[in-house]
Write a protein that binds this ligand. Structure first.
Ligand SMILES: Cc1ncc(COP(=O)(O)O)c(C=O)c1O
Length: 437
């Protein structure tokens, strides 16, 4: 079959064809030839319950029969209202919900909100963002500017706005001359210095709990809280990106709460609809929201909106999804699954091309290296990503690597048998790839 699809992050020349997924059932994907693959990446980190979950499918059908889309421009809809109320109840310190379609756009919205907050407050010079190195916030121009990963984005640098970047505390790659604790303190001191020396800072932006796409850096205890405190001390807006880490991925419903931090603006996406429809949200505190209020002619209102902003079909799915979190006590299940993953860390770390295994909740990153002592990365010519994908497929699992990091990011509700199947297959795939490198 001739394909006209251009795939994301893919050297199309090397992929003459792709397995065509035609069905999903539970944790499994089925291709057009009837082969089954366990979804080890939760369909890009968003699937919660597996595929074709009854309650979600029923919601989708019922809502499509009632109202599939209606705009939030000059109108509202019952599902957007109900979901926003639920989210505000769930997310401490948050007051209003702004809807969008994907994580990148939610982060664009965060940045625009922060800029306009200062503009509306008469502090127009406050336009600069401070971020962590290795942060990732999506693929649109603004999101790439905030979360600049050089291996992904150097081609687009000329179009990006500059941000001030501070090192992030990666335990595996601590610069020489530092202990890990000293390095964390150094990162925090750098942030404070930037806040003291610059009067044009609009906001500090970071992923909540862990950086994922930029290298699976799980923050040490207290790190995020200290940044939150510094932002309050120096009156800098604190923007969190919980798109990949909220709603259970790291083991808590609201990760920033678990981190004892208080954002002014926070975004969620991915698991918000359990991976069934595209929807993202940017939540703002009362302080931020109030700065947008005034007379029409003052032009303080937020100049942002999309065709599908507040789409009732997606909102209805999210409402049902959140009710299932309670009904099935998914957070308890994640805790159990997380222990199960943790028990395998030593075994994985002993594999001869594994440099480091980082794990929290239902996220595991396995960093592959060509030399364990020198921590040297595997050269791109080895095309490790393709090799791992192919080997994993032989073990009936769908795995994706980010650079040299094999990601285990399954649907949150995966059973313990399926989780073992996934980890066993991953270990075998890594061993087989290592044997042929
Ligand atoms: C932390 C984080 N922020 C933003 C995004 C962008 O989300 P989307 O792919 O839905 O645009 C991602 C995607 O992986 C992410 O991991």
């Amino acid at each position: 079959m001739r394909s006209y699809v251009w795939h994301p992050y893919t050297q199309m020349k090397e992929w003459p064809d792709f397995d065509v997924i035609v069905k999903g059932r539970g944790m499994w994907l089925e291709d057009s030839k009837g082969n089954l693959l366990l979804d080890g990446v939760a369909s890009m980190w968003c699937n919660v319950w597996g595929h074709s979950k009854d309650e979600l499918v029923k919601t989708m059908i019922l809502q499509a029969q009632r109202l599939q889309h209606s705009s939030l421009f000059n109108l509202t809809n019952d599902k957007a209202e109900e979901l926003a109320a639920k989210l505000v109840r769930l997310a401490p310190n948050m007051h209003k919900v702004f809807y969008s379609d994907d994580g990148s756009t939610a982060m664009e919205i965060s940045a625009k909100m922060a800029l306009q907050y200062w503009y509306n407050n008469g502090q127009k010079r406050r336009t600069k963002f401070v971020t962590l190195e290795g942060g990732y916030h999506g693929d649109t121009i603004g999101a790439m500017s905030l979360g600049y990963v050089s291996s992904f984005f150097s081609q687009y640098k000329s179009a990006l706005f500059s941000a001030i970047r501070v090192p992030s505390p990666n335990r595996y790659r601590v610069p020489s001359g530092f202990t890990f604790e000293e390095f964390q303190d150094y990162c925090l001191e750098r942030i404070e210095k930037i806040f003291v020396q610059n009067d044009n800072i609009a906001a500090f932006v970071m992923e909540s709990g862990a950086q994922i796409a930029g290298g699976v850096t799980i923050y040490p205890h207290g790190f995020q809280k200290k940044i939150s405190t510094l932002c309050k001390k120096y009156d800098v807006l604190f923007i969190l990106d919980e798109i990949a880490t909220g709603f259970g991925r790291l083991g808590s419903m609201i990760e920033y709460q678990n981190q004892e931090s208080i954002p002014d603006i926070v975004s969620f996406g991915k698991m918000l609809t359990a991976g069934y429809l595209p929807l993202a949200v940017t939540l703002a505190s009362k302080k931020v929201y109030d700065s947008f209020l005034g007379q029409y002619q003052e032009m303080k209102h937020f100049f942002h909106g999309h065709t599908f902003t507040g789409n009732p079909l997606a909102c209805a799915i999210a409402i049902t999804n959140l009710s299932l979190y309670k009904k099935y006590n998914i957070i308890a299940r994640i805790k159990k699954n997380s222990f199960q993953l943790q028990r395998r860390v030593d075994e994985i770390s002993k594999l001869n091309i594994v440099g480091d295994t980082r794990h929290k909740g239902m996220l595991m990153g396995i960093e592959l290296v060509s030399n364990k002592v020198k921590k040297l990365p595997i050269h791109p010519e080895k095309n490790i990503q393709r090799r791992i994908f192919n080997e994993a497929k032989k073990h009936k699992i769908y795995l994706r690597t980010l650079g040299n990091i094999v990601m285990i990011v399954p649907p949150l509700a995966i059973s313990s048998e399926e989780l073992d199947f996934l980890v066993d297959g991953t270990i075998d795939a890594i061993k087989n790839v290592a044997a042929r490198l």
